[in-house]
Ligand binder design. Structure first.
Ligand code: NAD
Ligand code: UFG
Length: 330
């Protein structure tokens, strides 16, 4: 198939381009490079031997998107193009609503007018709010407490309504847990234009000595070691989950978690990183971060049943590959 990957120069998008090409698909990338660079696409080419066709456009720009759809015959669209910094979204809500919601509307509209029937959307476990883990797809959505999370809830709603009105459209809403790691080659990985706030990039900064120490937010959660638990998934597993979703369209809307189903605490992740890479990660236990949950991990049965997908890579591989990318990209 010929797949449009919107946001394909980004962290998850670039790895998904690799997985799509390796599965025999061809790929067109649309990205405005607001949080990425063409280096990621060069990495995709080095790994796969195939250069994705690249449109440097903003996918909220309806006329640019229309022109791209007129130039190409797409079989499916995977929509990664959005802003993702939870903290920033609190201070700049309109930036998030405009980019993340409008991009969904514009891309879905183009699919309808050009007869493209497969649409895969990057949602997030954040839509579950404070539901109790393991999180299942049929749980009622709870407030996410930040504009970023609300853009995911709204985009899901928009796509559900769109699919209701257009019976030929198949929409896959993929709810990601915590993607980390990098392609094993070290040629592509996670590099953000803004100061990272997520755990793995902060662990790397601490290991490099670029920050004095990693602050661990919360030591008194009701977990085995008192630190918070998340479901970290290797970005290549996540990428392969997208290939499974685009290859197995279901009529109407499907909602699927992409996680491993295994919870890892902050301290466990730090210790795995130290062991995998033979480096020290200085840290300090400090107060909880407002809005954080004690535990967030997936029930993964639906992904297995519907797409035949289950994540394979271990926490050690996630840590090794994330560090390898950091070392190679110096
Ligand atoms: P990323 O910032 O690395 O990738 C997003 C890409 O989209 C970037 O290349 C950026 O330049 C591009 N982009 C943004 N707005 C655009 C626009 N209007 N037009 C064209 N290009 C645009 O982020 P990522 O980690 O790869 O995340 C991809 C998607 O997955 C996002 O929608 C994000 O919200 C979602 N998601 C990410 C995580 C995570 O922890 N990384 C978790 C859950 C969901
Ligand atoms: N953490 C620290 N110190 C840090 C950074 C994070 O202790 O410097 C802790 C957090 O408190 C949390 C855990 O590490 O307990 C993971 O934090 P992240 O910021 O890496 O990830 P979150 O689970 O908070 O959020 C991520 C994505 C969101 C997404 C959410 C749900 O950033 O976009 O997962 O899937 F919505």
């Amino acid at each position: 198939m010929n797949i449009l990957v919107a946001g394909g120069a980004g962290f998850i998008g670039s790895h998904t381009c690799v997985a799509l090409i390796e599965a025999g698909h061809s790929v067109v990338v649309a990205d405005n490079l607001c949080n990425s660079s063409v280096k990621a696409l060069e990495g995709v080419e080095q790994i796969t031997g195939m250069k994705p066709t690249f449109y440097q456009i903003d996918v909220t720009d309806e006329s640019a998107v229309e022109a791209m759809f007129s130039d190409n015959r797409f079989d499916g669209v995977i929509h990664f193009a959005g802003h993702k910094a939870v903290g920033e979204s609190v201070f700049e809500p309109l930036k998030y609503y405009q980019n993340n919601v409008l991009s969904t509307v514009v891309l879905a509209k183009a699919c309808l007018s050009h007869g493209v029937n497969r649409f895969v959307f990057s949602s997030s476990a954040t839509v579950y709010g404070a539901n109790r883990s393991p999180l299942t797809e049929d749980m009622p959505l709870l407030p996410t407490e930040n504009p970023y999370g609300e853009t995911k809830v709204m985009s899901e709603r928009i796509l559900i309504d769109t699919a209701k009105a257009a019976p030929t459209l198949s929409v896959a809403l993929l709810r990601y847990f915590n993607p980390v790691g990098a392609h094993e080659s070290g040629l592509i990985g996670e590099s953000s234009r803004i100061e990272p706030t997520n755990l793995m990039p902060r662990v790397i900064l601490a290991a490099l000595g670029k920050i004095q120490k990693l602050m661990i937010f919360g030591e008194d959660y009701p977990t085995s070691d008192g630190t918070a638990i998340r479901d970290y998934i290797h970005v290549m597993d996540l990428a392969e989950g997208h290939v499974a979703a685009i290859n197995h369209p279901t009529p109407g809307v499907s909602i699927t978690n992409l996680g491993t189903g295994k919870g890892t605490s902050v301290l466990e992740l730090i210790h795995a990183f130290e062991k995998a890479n033979g480096v020290a990660v200085p840290y300090e236990l400090t107060e909880r971060r407002p809005g954080d949950l004690a535990e967030c991990y997936a029930d993964t049965q639906k992904a297995k049943k519907e797409f035949g997908f289950s994540a394979k890579r271990s926490i050690m591989e996630m840590c090794k590959d994330a560090w390898n990318f950091e070392q190679k990209s110096k």
